[in-house]
Structure formats: C-alpha cells, structure tokens
Design a protein around this ligand. Structure first.
Ligand SMILES: Cc1ncc(COP(=O)(O)O)c(C=O)c1O
Length: 351
C-alpha cells in the first residue's frame, strides 16, 4: 500500500468476503432471495463474488451501471429507479435482449412508455413504505397493477421498496416489521400469484429476511459497511472493509492535522443515524475529520496525540457508496499485501 499515492481507496478483501458470506447466510437461512445493490461497489469483481456466494442477481440504480454488470456477465438485474426518456428506454430495450431485466415503476406513464419502447421486462411496483421519496402510496398499488398487467411486454412481478426512513429510527425492528407488513399487503394487491416482495437496506436486511411475506432483500452497503452501519449496530468497526488511505500534509496546530482527503475523497455525507456527530469520517484510531474542504480534511487530534507530516492514515467513511464513486480504482489488500487493483468500472455512470 505504501507504493500507492494518496488519497486511495483500500478494500480489505477478507473483511469484504466475510460481509458477503454473512449476508448470503442470512438470506439462505431465511429462505429469501438476496439481490445486492451494486451501487455501493460499482465493481464487476465484487458483483461476481456476491453472485458466487448465492445472490439471485444484482440491483442497480442506473442503466449505465446495469450495462457494465451485464457486460461482465450478470444475467439478472433489477433497475430500482424510474427510467424516463426515450433514449433511456431504447437502451433498456436493448439491455433486456441480452439479460433478464426488471425495473421499478411508480407511474402508469413510465410503464406505458417502457411498453411502447418495445422493452420486454419485469416490473416491480415501487411502493412508498415511509421514506417519502419515490413510490406509489400503498393504497394505489392495486389500480396501477391492473393497468400494468394489460400492457404488452411487461411482466408484473410484485412490489419493491427502499425503507430508507429506517435510518432515522432508533427502533429498527419496529420500523422493519411495519414496512414488511405493508409490503406483504401491497404484494397481495398486485394480483400476481406468489408476488416478489422486495425490501432493501442494510440496517434492516437481517430483520426483513425473517418477516413473513418478504421474498427478497436488496442491501447494498453491507458489502463494505461504514460508520453509519456501525452506528446502527448493523456492523462492528472491524467489519468496515473499505477505507480511504490519506497522508498527513500539514500539522498547523497541536490539535489539528490536515490530510489530503477532503470532500472529493470522503464525500460530504454525514453519518446517517439519529443524534450522530456532524463530521466527514474518522481515522481508524477514532479521531474524527471534523472539517473538510474539497482537498483538505481537518482531523481533530486529542491532547498529546501524535500525527506527523508524511504519516499515512486510514479513514473510515461515513457513507461508503458515494466514496467509492469518487475513485477510479480500488486497491485490494489481504494479509497486509496488495493482491489486486480493481477498476471501479461503473463509477460516474449516473445516466
Ligand atoms: C432502491 C434501493 N434499494 C436498496 C438500497 C440499499 O440500501 P443500503 O444502502 O442501506 O444498503 C438502496 C440504497 O440507497 C436503494 O436506494
């Protein structure tokens, strides 16, 4: 690792594999499908490991990501994002000719446009289970399902949600149970026999897998974990598999060290948990990056803390997904040695 210039994204292969295996076991033991969200890692090598561990397929947000994973041989993809615009639907139709593709839909307009574009795809109705982002209200599922069932080319499969509001709760079990109940009813409302009922988030995944009616989980962050997952008790600090390697470039005051990782390496995402401190990540020692501009991260050094100019530190991200998207490659380490560098092949592919 010493040969790599900083800032660099470091992936601990053993930790990542343990995370992949642990979630695969959760799904297997509960009898639900696991469809990891690949927006976290954006790397075909990682997707291949998830599939080899038993994942049913991958989830992506964007067509560009879907195309990368299809090129890499993933044959079963869910695009959990509303696809709008003629050229996107032409790409979707082409993609669906070379992979099994399902899309999230939350309006009849989008469903009609997909059908009119000649795309032969699965459809999962996206339900707003409490996050109040995209998604139809649970009470509107039955009507949308009837309309979609009549459209040529579309194979209605069931329902999907991202229960992102669970990040704001301190009772994950109650939040997950409420979402699962609501989603199981929504699945029944589609009129599909044995509908897919797909929930997706890392802190809820273990709980969701055991809820009656849930057939699929779509965690993404679990593959690397981050400080947010640790704050929610979904991971231990030693499960965090991706860190940003940075160099101390300035030591202007005893209580302040400046590292070469600012928001362009750590992102601006704060820790997403109730009552969490507003920082930009923390060194593995626990010292937080309390301020960040684009290229500078300011570390709060406790009294007597040692950190010399030129020293290298590892920073655990608050939210690993946007951090990965800031790097061209990941340096993969195992037993203290670099074993590979993987291209973050889908980085920046937000179209
Ligand atoms: C639609 C959808 N599914 C699944 C996930 C995965 O959730 P997490 O990042 O908690 O693993 C996300 C995360 O943003 C999402 O937006």
């Amino acid at each position: 690792v010493d040969e790599f210039e900083t800032p660099a994204l470091i992936v601990d292969a053993a930790r990542m594999r343990a995370n992949i295996d642990a979630m695969a076991a959760v799904a297997r033991e509960s009898g639900v499908a696991l469809r990891p969200h690949a927006k976290t890692h954006k790397m075909p090598e990682v997707g291949a490991l998830q599939l080899a561990a038993g994942a049913a397929g991958l989830t992506v947000a964007k067509l560009g990501e879907a195309e990368v994973f299809a090129d890499a041989g993933c044959e079963d993809l869910v695009i959990a994002y509303p696809l709008v615009g003629e050229s996107k639907l032409a790409r979707l139709a082409a993609l669906a000719r070379r992979a099994r593709v399902s899309v999230a839909v939350d309006s009849l307009e989008v469903a009609e446009a997909i059908s009119a574009a000649g795309a032969e795809v699965g459809v999962r109705i996206e339900v707003d289970s409490g996050q109040h982002r995209a998604g139809v209200a649970p009470g509107d599922v039955a009507e949308l399902a009837r309309a979609i069932a009549a459209l040529p080319g579309l194979r209605l499969e069931g329902v999907l949600t991202h229960e992102g509001h669970a990040y704001a709760t301190d009772d994950l079990a109650a939040a997950t149970h409420a979402v699962a109940e609501l989603m199981a009813r929504a699945g029944a409302d589609t009129g599909v026999r044995d509908p897919v009922v797909s929930l997706g988030s890392t802190p809820t995944a273990r709980l969701a897998a055991r809820e009656p009616g849930v057939t699929e989980i779509r965690p993404g962050t679990y593959v690397f974990h981050d400080r947010t997952q640790v704050a929610h008790g979904a991971a231990r600090p030693e499960d965090c598999a991706a860190t940003v390697l940075a160099t101390v470039v300035s030591r202007p005051a005893p209580d302040r060290a400046v590292v070469d990782a600012g928001t362009k390496a750590l992102s601006s995402d704060r820790l997403n948990a109730p009552g969490a401190p507003a920082d930009f990540g923390a060194l593995t020692s626990g010292w937080p990056v309390v301020r960040a501009s684009e290229e500078h991260g300011v570390v709060a050094v406790p009294p007597g803390g040692e950190l010399r100019v030129g020293e290298r530190v590892r920073i655990v991200p608050n939210h690993v997904c946007p951090v990965v998207n800031l790097f061209d490659e990941a340096v993969v380490v195992e037993d203290g040695a670099v074993v590979a560098t993987w291209r973050v092949a889908a980085r920046g592919l937000s179209r």
